[in-house]
Design a binder for this molecule. Structure first.
Ligand SMILES: Cc1cc2nc3c(=O)[nH]c(=O)nc-3n(C[C@H](O)[C@H](O)[C@H](O)COP(=O)(O)OP(=O)(O)OC[C@H]3O[C@@H](n4cnc5c(N)ncnc54)[C@H](O)[C@@H]3O)c2cc1C
Length: 521
């Protein structure tokens, strides 16, 4: 087997290295230990409520989704565990939904963070690849960029492209595209695993659907430049069908990385539910658009606001308990598998990476007085859209809802509800308090930008990962897996994700593609 990769060897592992290693598992021992009752049926209902499959192109994605949820509720954990993968014991509750039981979101916490984060997920696979290289079974060709899938007699028979100039850039840093030579390789089977389009903002904008409003003028990149989407066009030129290209999963809680690795490098805040979320004009986002509830609906709301940013307003007490940052490099305790540092998550004080952003990130403002805070928010946005009296009125009304242990305000009710889950109470959801109570201060405002990340559509594949052509029959010799295949079928998430489903979708579809292709050679 030959692995053809445009980046240098330092980037082996692609996006997974940068990931938090969060995996969607159903009815796991970790969930049961926390008293969470989950089941395959519940997860499938949640998946359907989130995916919203509604078009002819959803036929294969829906079948992939069914197979994937079964995998997540069955073999997935044991398979990974058998390879040495372990999980952080507190299961996270991502995409809480917040609407009806049949709608979007996880009914229960299912986000299992891998001990060692993304690099921990990669480890057993990288080890096996290096082993296979040593045994002469696999050859790695870095700095080889595929530009053509060779077609002979109607079947894909190899790849052609350019050899790029050697590059010693560090992992994730954009490498040069200087061409030194051409190459061509013949193979009876080709598997495309080239990732999504999130690194190319022009492609993201071109794919942006009208139903989400206008694409933001300014976006951050949550993926390295190599996530360029080029290969989707290359596969299409060989007869592959790309479906559901208008479905994407971009985050609304992006902040500029103060120590960027790639251009426009943004980090996603994984928020707990307590921050007050305001649009660019200072209006509170409507229910259920609370932090961590419904990514796509929030994205639509912000895109339709006519502005490309929104705001979190919170307190020191909230940031220290509720702010987590996505990505392996922002979680050195988990990535480095340090029990001592990880245990400090239950202690008072924000984790060091969050504190570093608070002090050095351009998007963070920390002030004791609301008047000064709002003045600085306007200065950061470069306008005067925010008005102190109306923001004060909004916050005071919210704060007054805390007089009882129950409330009319849906966000306050959601916070009370979340704290009934032990994992949230322990490390994720701050004790409800008045935002204007100086005891919990200082006040913090965070400017949030849209952060490009995942591509939900892709190459249409059948359940053996064979790529399908325009007439719905397989393109001979061509398989696809991972984000390039919409994580299976050309979009197994439909419109929305339950989170932690991307890495798992890559593992699942990659395993199927590998086995099917091996059976063909
Ligand atoms: C910061 C971050 C956090 C994340 N956290 C999570 C998480 O917690 N849970 C989760 O489920 N998912 C997470 N994800 C998403 C997940 O990591 C990705 O969806 C997944 O790793 C994609 O893997 P892939 O192999 O399909 O594509 P990629 O990792 O993008 O790899 C594709 C490879 O193909 C190469 N390539 C592309 N085109 C060509 C060409 N023409 N010729 C040669 N080579 C080419 C690229 O250089 C790249 O190395 C996260 C992603 C990021 C960036």
């Amino acid at each position: 087997m030959i692995v053809v990769e445009q980046e240098p060897a330092t980037s082996l592992g692609g996006q997974a290295f940068w990931s938090l290693g969060g995996l969607f598992l159903v009815d796991s021992p970790e969930q049961r230990r926390l008293g969470i009752r989950d089941s395959h049926e519940l997860a499938w209902r949640d998946w359907l409520g989130s995916a919203g499959f509604d078009r002819a192109e959803d036929a294969w994605p829906r079948r992939w989704a069914e197979a994937y949820v079964e995998f997540a509720a069955g073999e997935k954990r044991a398979w990974l565990h058998g390879m040495g993968v372990r999980f952080f014991p507190v299961v996270g509750w991502a995409e809480r939904g917040g609407a009806l039981a049949t709608g979007h979101g996880n009914s229960v916490p299912r986000f299992h963070v891998t001990w060692g984060t993304g690099p921990g997920v990669l480890e057993p696979f990288v080890r096996r690849v290096h082993d296979a290289v040593a045994r002469g079974l696999v050859s790695l060709r870095f700095r080889h960029r595929v530009s053509v899938l060779t077609v002979t007699g109607g079947a894909v028979s190899g790849v052609e492209g350019e050899r790029l100039a050697p590059s010693d850039v560090e992992r994730g840093v954009a490498s040069s595209r200087d061409v030194v030579d051409a190459f061509a390789l013949r193979a009876p089977v080709v598997i495309v695993t080239s990732g999504g389009i999130g690194g190319d903002h022009d492609l993201v904008r071109a794919s942006w659907p009208a139903r989400l409003g206008a694409p933001p003028a300014r976006m951050l990149s949550g993926v390295p430049a190599h996530v360029d989407g080029r290969m989707l066009g290359v596969a299409a030129a060989a007869g592959a069908r790309v479906v559901n290209g208008d479905r994407m999963w971009h985050y609304t809680e992006g902040i500029e990385n103060w120590a960027p690795v790639w251009r426009r490098h943004g980090i996603r805040i994984l928020p707990g539910p307590s921050s007050l979320w305001l649009d660019a004009r200072g209006r509170r986002l409507p229910p259920p658009l609370f932090p961590g509830f419904d990514t796509l609906a929030t994205l639509e709301h912000i895109a339709r606001s006519g502005h490309d940013h929104s705001w979190f307003v919170l307190t020191q007490a909230i940031i220290r308990k509720e702010f987590a940052l996505s990505g392996s490099e922002q979680n050195p305790d988990l990535t480095g598998r340090s029990i001592r540092k990880t245990l400090s998550r239950v202690l008072p004080g924000a984790p060091p990476p969050v504190e570093a952003f608070k002090q050095r990130g351009v998007d963070f403002i920390v002030e004791r007085s609301l008047d000064v805070l709002v003045g600085r928010m306007n200065a950061l946005a470069g306008d005067d859209l925010l008005n102190v009296p109306s923001i004060r009125r909004e916050i005071e009304a919210r704060d007054d809802q805390l007089a009882n242990g129950f409330a009319k305000d849906a966000q306050i009710t959601a916070i009370h509800g979340a704290r009934r889950y032990a994992g949230d109470r322990l490390i994720r959801v701050a004790r409800p308090h008045r935002l204007l109570d100086p005891k919990h201060g200082p006040l913090i405002a965070v400017r949030l930008s849209v952060l490009t990340r995942k591509t939900l559509g892709g190459l249409e594949t059948d359940l053996s990962a064979r790529v399908l052509g325009a007439d719905g029959t397989p393109v001979p010799g061509l398989f696809a897996a991972g984000e390039a295949a919409g994580f299976g079928g050309g979009g197994m998430h439909g419109y929305r994700s339950l989170e932690g489903t991307f890495l798992g979708g890559c593992l699942f579809s990659g395993r199927i593609a590998g086995r099917a292709a091996a059976g063909r050679t």
